[in-house]
Design a protein around this ligand. Structure first.
Ligand SMILES: [Zn+2]
Length: 145
């Protein structure tokens, strides 16, 4: 059988497009299946829970399942909870958790930089040398281990 080259090319192009569409979700950026719940996620979940609870008691009040006293007490509690959650969320937004990287590096370096133990003297020049020195820093003589 003979097909016009144009038809073959068009079919091939279509095939490539379809293959790309099928493969695209598979080639997308890999995300871990379960992300650890962040503080923000927890607060968002809490905010939704409070909103849902408020809607529920609003509904219960309208349908006469809650008397006015219970309703206003519960509604007040939920509004206070909602306000606390919103304040916490706003706090997260204004003060992002930033680590003082410079301070951490300084601390790590300081921990590594142990004070030299100048308890030895060089046999050649008599200068003070550290226990960890292999060569005398004053005269360059090799020091015993
Ligand atoms: Zn020396």
């Amino acid at each position: 059988m003979t097909l016009p080259i144009g038809t073959l090319l068009a079919a091939l192009a279509l095939l490539l497009v379809v293959a790309a569409l099928i493969a695209q979700p598979l080639l997308g950026p890999r995300r871990p299946a379960v992300l650890p719940e962040s503080q923000r996620d927890r607060l968002e979940r809490e905010r939704k829970r409070v909103l849902r609870a408020i809607r529920e008691i609003d509904f219960d009040q309208r349908t006469g399942k809650l008397d006015a006293d219970d309703y206003s007490r519960m509604r007040g509690d939920l509004e206070a909870q909602g306000a606390a959650v919103l304040r916490a969320l706003a706090g997260l937004q204004t003060t992002p958790v930033t680590r003082d990287i410079d301070a951490e590096i300084e601390a790590a370096v300081a921990a590594l930089r142990e004070k030299p133990d100048l308890s030895r003297a060089c046999a050649k020049c008599g200068g003070q040398v550290s226990r960890s020195d292999h060569f005398c820093p004053h005269c360059g003589a090799r020091l015993p281990a």
